[in-house]
Design a protein around this ligand. Structure first.
Ligand SMILES: NC(=O)c1ccc[n+]([C@@H]2O[C@H](COP(=O)([O-])OP(=O)(O)OC[C@H]3O[C@@H](n4cnc5c(N)ncnc54)[C@H](O)[C@@H]3O)[C@@H](O)[C@H]2O)c1
Length: 372
């Protein structure tokens, strides 16, 4: 056996934690959360053009007035901006404007802004601090927490990136005022997903109060966001690098990613995951795990959001199955899926794994029940 001459012993990594603030008017109270986090005076706010006009420009002006040196960078909204080009553009602008190791990045926007900004912060001078200010329901409930950062390549989505945690996440629910309803639903799906895997009580609460939540009843919406984030934070704390438990966050995503890809990313992530949840819940039922009554509740909550099997009919069963074969979770040519034992509980294999190997046949069988 080859023996190394020298071994590099790094000190055990310090435990790391960061605060998540959730509530109304948090941007107005920025002195409370910003001052302890910023090492210097330079702040880089990265946003997209829509969010810039609606919110980020005002916030940048407020910070400038109180003496911060603010660099405001924006790009066109949409998935195409999570690209090499924009990544290089952002880094170059930061170098041109003399940002340094003490500069603080703020990701001010939806998941696209959050993912690319996190990766920029991870790479700039080998890593600088960054804050997430999510502005969509999806980015509040899901993407701003957990430290997954990424850009896309022509070979696929999120293939280039790093695990890099923010120093804080500020969820000002007032930002949701300007968010269109379909974007709100797009994010709520991720809350429904995590309740399905981990909290039946909140699943029932969401089912009962869905109308008010979608109409932006702040008390109910905040309650749902807060619980979903609490559950995600707990999962991430236990398994940051997705070795096992974090896999449960991929519930609905095996089929969801396949549909998203087949739609050429025209279908929003949450809606594709919702269809994924529908099909995967049917597979859980057909596998003898989930009972029929609970399967019907899942169908019901999605129907209330107008997400039904009719949206699946745009796709061919063989294309869906073929697309699942290139999922990132796959190993040795097997398709992996998160199956539900019941609402609020993921099924585990005998060796404790949450991701289950699925035969293509059962996917075909489930899809055929929807007329595909
Ligand atoms: N890192 C993770 O863990 C993780 C998890 C899930 C998804 N994601 C990524 O998140 C991205 C999707 O995020 P998204 O759904 O937030 O999309 P997005 O960032 O593209 O935002 C959607 C649209 O909403 C607009 N918008 C944002 N905030 C607004 C506001 N307050 N008012 C009005 N309009 C607003 C944006 O300009 C954009 O046009 C994908 O790239 C996906 O891969 C990452």
């Amino acid at each position: 056996m080859l023996k190394p001459q020298i071994s590099v012993e790094l000190p055990a990594k310090n435990a790391y934690n960061y605060p998540i603030y959730i509530g109304q008017n948090l941007l107005d109270e920025y002195t409370d959360w910003l001052s302890p986090l910023i090492p210097g005076k330079k702040i880089v706010i990265i946003t997209d053009e829509v969010v810039c006009k609606l919110h980020a420009r005002n916030f940048a002006a407020i910070l400038e007035k109180s003496g911060y040196d603010v660099l405001l960078l924006s790009f066109a909204p949409g998935e195409e901006s999570k690209s090499y080009d924009k990544f290089v553009y952002l880094l170059d602008e930061m170098l041109k404007h003399k940002c340094d190791r003490h500069s603080l990045c703020i990701a001010f926007g939806g998941g696209v802004v959050g993912d690319i900004t996190g990766f920029v912060a991870a790479c700039f001078m080998r890593g600088i601090k960054y804050i997430q200010i999510p502005t969509t329901a999806l980015s509040m409930i899901d993407s701003s927490v957990g430290g997954k950062t990424a850009i896309n390549s022509e070979h696929g989505k999120n293939l280039i990136g790093a695990f890099y945690q923010p120093v804080a996440v500020i969820m000002d629910t007032n930002l949701i005022d300007s968010l269109p309803k379909d974007q709100l639903i797009n994010g709520l799906i991720e809350a429904i997903k995590i309740f399905l895997t981990s909290d039946s009580e909140y699943f029932n609460y969401t089912l009962t109060n869905l109308g008010d939540i979608v109409s932006k009843d702040y008390t109910k919406l905040t309650k749902v966001i807060q619980r979903a984030v609490e559950l995600k934070a707990d999962v991430v704390a236990k398994d940051e690098k997705e070795e096992n438990l974090r896999m449960i966050l991929n519930c609905g995503h095996t089929i969801g990613h396949a549909i998203e890809k087949l739609s050429e990313y025209k279908m929003a992530h949450g809606y594709a995951v919702a269809l994924g949840i529908l099909v995967e819940a049917k597979i859980s039922f057909l596998s003898g795990l989930l009972n029929h009554e609970q399967y019907v509740l899942i169908e019901q909550i999605l129907t209330k959001l107008d997400i039904t099997a009719k949206h699946l009919k745009h796709f061919k069963a063989s294309d869906i199955v073929a697309a699942t074969l290139i999922d990132k979770k796959n190993k040795a040519g097997n398709i992996y899926m998160i199956l539900l034992a019941s609402i609020g509980k993921v099924s585990q294999s005998h060796d404790g794994k949450f991701a289950t190997i699925i035969a293509p046949d059962i996917i075909f069988q489930a899809l055929s029940t929807f007329g595909l």
